[in-house]
Write a protein that binds this ligand. Structure first.
Ligand SMILES: Cc1cc2nc3c(=O)[nH]c(=O)nc-3n(C[C@H](O)[C@H](O)[C@H](O)COP(=O)(O)O)c2cc1C
Length: 348
């Protein structure tokens, strides 16, 4: 049952964090829509040792505590990423800390990794494990961690039995100092320790910020190739405000997502694709609001795509629409599968 069209106007009136809690509550109660149509073969893709029936996933932050991964999969997502989760529960920054910029199709957030911690997420993922489906776990560090890298190692150890893949999130702008882990030396140390913490072979991806110099991008690509990382997610929210000229909330501190992030995150995506010589699987995220946007990300190097902000504006019907339009665009251009279109616009 899709109640979104009925409740959307009311959700738009309450504050965004409250609206999000109500959305999660509705999804937990089973009010999410079901996409039973099945995905066309052209949208299927094999990556990270997994088979995705379609390349579209829900980005991290929507379901930080793993309450609704199955509702997201039932809605037609090819995969769901939960988290960011930190070892110990933490409250995050003072409210208000999520702002809608409706005129721009954008969101600014400075949540600061509010989440219920490892134990609570692990309990939920264990309880739903028999259902299958691709559920990635996005791991982070507590704000007051003495040894941040140890927090990431703990994430790998805790969730290895329930995660389809891991995302190492070092790109949130809302935990002071976190993004410094993206520097070459720091990144090498971090990822070497994280890879060592893994007992089996659950894929480990790195999620990066869009606010990176050319040198940063080259360093990240080099480390990814050296250490044979399983993938890179491009990108997290931006601290830039270039796409926003004015308006309420435009000056709020935090990470900007949604439409104004699209061009910047796609540019970084194409850069990373080129710098890694197309050898590292990439997930494209940032400002996707249509099938055409999804297709641009794929042509710029993404094998998988994720979204968050547009879903809060458009509701779950967007998932079916994006998949339908993406399949049509692939067909129009003579690509029989998503994989054939990956990087089509990037000169290697
Ligand atoms: C309210 C909110 C919370 C988020 N929380 C997280 C998070 O916990 N971890 C993370 O890696 N990304 C987080 N993100 C970033 C998204 O996963 C995504 O990278 C970003 O929003 C760009 O995609 P979009 O333009 O489709 O929203 C969050 C985004 C929003 C809007």
């Amino acid at each position: 049952m899709n109640l979104f069209p009925l409740v959307r106007p009311a959700l738009g009136l309450v504050n965004p964090e409250r609206a999000h809690h109500l959305t999660l509550l509705g999804l937990k109660m089973g009010f999410g829509p079901a996409d039973r149509a099945g995905d066309p073969a052209s949208l299927g893709i094999d990556l990270l040792g997994l088979h995705f029936s379609n390349p579209l996933g829900i980005a991290a932050g929507f379901d930080k505590n793993g309450e609704v991964p199955d509702a997201m999969l039932a809605m037609g997502m090819g995969f769901a990423e939960v988290g960011t989760v930190t070892p110990r529960p933490q409250g995050g920054n003072p409210r208000p800390r999520i702002f809608r910029l409706a005129a721009y199709g954008a969101v600014i957030n400075r949540l600061g990794f509010n989440n219920e911690g490892h134990a609570a997420l692990h309990r939920r993922l264990e309880a739903r494990a028999h259902r299958g489906g691709i559920v990635g776990v996005n791991i982070g560090a507590n704000k007051d961690a003495v040894d941040r890298i140890a927090d990431y190692e703990a994430g790998i150890k805790t969730f290895e039995d329930v995660a389809s893949y891991f995302t190492v999130n070092i790109s949130s702008p809302n935990t002071p100092g976190l993004r410094a882990l993206q520097g070459r030396g720091e990144l090498e140390t971090l990822m070497t320790r994280v890879l060592k913490a893994r007992a089996g072979n659950v894929p480990i991806l790195l999620k990066i910020a869009p606010d990176l110099t050319a040198e940063d991008r080259a360093d990240i690509a080099a480390v990814a190739l050296d250490l044979k990382l399983d993938g890179i997610i491009v990108s997290n929210t931006t601290i830039e405000r270039a796409g926003l000229v004015s308006g309420p909330h435009a000056g709020e501190a935090g990470g900007l997502s949604g439409k104004p992030l699209f061009a910047l995150s796609t540019q970084v995506l194409a850069d990373i694709y080129r710098l890694t010589g197309s050898k590292v699987p990439l997930i494209g995220v940032g400002g996707i609001a249509s099938g055409a946007d999804a297709y641009v990300k794929i042509r710029n190097g993404a094998s998988l795509i994720q979204l968050y902000s547009a879903l809060t504006y458009e509701g779950p019907a967007l998932v079916t629409r994006i998949k339908h339009d993406l399949a049509a665009l692939l067909k129009r251009d003579g690509f029989s599968h998503v994989a054939d279109a990956v990087g089509a616009d990037v000169n290697l």
